[in-house]
Ligand binder design. Structure first.
Ligand code: SF4
Ligand code: SF4
Length: 418
């Protein structure tokens, strides 16, 4: 490793206010503009992803009763969502440690992702503990929690894939809101493309155990590789304190098979040598987007991420003048984040920019170009995005700003992932 370009040297420049820090969005735009950029002229590129990440969970420590009031929690629910008490039983202390899955659900509309956001927002959470024959109920907020930590088992995949239904009918799955219509009527896509952290450091030269990152706006760390991580499709296991998180980067997302969990992760890539710099030049056009049959999830054809993120709209616009307050509103019924209702209107803070509303509203009240993908002779519209590139760009900007303000220093991995 070139000593002049080590993480320690880059941190020295950050401390002096001399580091050149760019978001991945800014860096790729420089390349598209053919502006000069070299290993020596850029110190850090902040990359990010914001997507449905099923492998997200929370560990919470909840004071529920006075000391000695009960012996052991048998079962726990938070806003109706089942949590796993333990592994430490905290006998007779009145405190329950629980593990909650982001994909756990109270019903078809409300799950762990919704709960995590509400905890971060400081909303009241109803806790029910079953201990023997007794039920203890209490309302808490994040101020009452003694410990609130998020952990992911697999997240920030090196991009993902798209799904299509080649057969007649509709197939319900986590990759659609109402079932994916076939044959070849629509495509559902996932993956942040050229700003994805692992796409920008595919050999994991700078991302390893102990790398300081940002999770939902909070400082976090990589703790290892994620489950089912492979050389071809690496992913990460990360952790961060939920008390420091920003609710706008997280939440629930309701698909045709129930609630999923939105998580956002930003990673600073230090430009420590020419190889790292060279890998940062990856563009949407070069990143393969495998397209799989929704039935068996096996890719049978491919496109690339330019079809998803180049010359398309990252943000969806709502035109209130076009909304005629229909008796039945499919946007209100199917918007996966409840960002729209006829009575309250459009809530941009909740919107995931998935684009489904464009196809759900017959009056054209929602607008945005999601792009199309050619499969054989068919030109198929993308009707659902399960990655929010606009929000990922925002998280990358937040991380950049913290580095520039000297509030976030980089760490070299204490160990490599493979
Ligand atoms: S379907 Fe469209 S026009 Fe009708 S109420 Fe919903 S958003 Fe408004
Ligand atoms: S893009 Fe439309 S459907 Fe998707 S979250 Fe936003 S308002 Fe809801």
């Amino acid at each position: 490793m070139d000593k002049l370009r080590s993480v320690a040297k880059i941190n020295e420049k950050i401390k002096k206010g001399e580091a050149v820090v760019l978001t991945a969005e800014e860096f790729k735009q420089m390349l598209r503009n053919e502006e000069l950029a070299t290993t020596e002229s850029v110190d850090v590129v902040t990359c990010a992803t914001c997507a449905i990440m099923s492998g997200t969970a929370a560990i919470l420590s909840i004071p529920i009763a006075e000391r000695n009031e009960f012996e052991r929690a048998d079962k726990v629910w938070l806003n109706g969502i089942p949590a796993f008490p333990g592994p430490c039983p905290n006998e007779r202390l009145g405190i329950v440690d629980v593990f909650v899955y982001g994909t756990a659900r109270a019903n078809h509309e409300y799950g762990g992702g919704h709960l995590f956001r509400e905890i971060v927002e400081g909303k009241q959470i109803e806790v029910i503990v079953k201990t023997g024959d007794r039920i203890i109920e209490r309302k808490i907020s994040n101020k009452d929690l003694q410990f609130a930590r998020m952990i992911t088992t697999r997240s920030s995949f090196k991009n993902y894939m798209a799904f299509v239904n080649p057969e007649e009918g509709e197939v319900g799955s986590i990759f659609s809101l109402r079932g994916l219509k076939g044959p070849y009527k629509e495509i559902s896509v996932t993956g942040s493309g050229e700003i994805n952290p692992l796409e920008n450091d595919p050999m994991l030269k700078t991302i390893g155990i102990g790398t300081r990152i940002m999770v939902n706006g909070a400082t976090g760390y990589v703790i290892g590789e994620g489950t089912r991580s492979s050389e071809e499709k690496p992913n990460l296991s990360v952790t961060a304190n939920m008390r420091e998180m920003d609710a706008e980067f997280m939440g629930g997302f309701v698909t045709s098979t129930g609630p999923e969990c939105i998580t956002s992760i930003a990673v600073p890539i230090p430009v420590i040598n020419d190889d790292v710099f060279s890998n940062l030049k990856i563009m949407d056009e070069e990143i393969k987007l495998p397209i799989a049959d929704i039935h068996d999830r096996i890719p049978f054809v491919e496109s690339n991420y330019a079809a998803v993120w180049q010359n398309t709209d990252l943000e969806i616009r709502f035109d209130a003048h076009k909304c005629v307050q229909c008796d039945v509103c499919d946007v209100e019924e199917y918007c996966p984040t409840n960002a729209f209702s006829r009575s309250k209107g459009f809530d941009a803070c909740k919107c995931f920019n998935c684009g489904a509303c464009i196809f759900l509203c017959p009056e054209g009240a929602f607008k945005g170009n999601l792009g199309r993908i050619k499969i054989y002779d068919k030109d198929i519209p993308i009707t659902l995005r399960q990655s929010n590139r606009s929000k990922a760009n925002e998280l990358a900007r937040k991380l950049k700003n913290q580095i520039v303000e000297r509030e976030f220093m980089l760490t070299a991995p204490v160990d490599y992932l493979r």
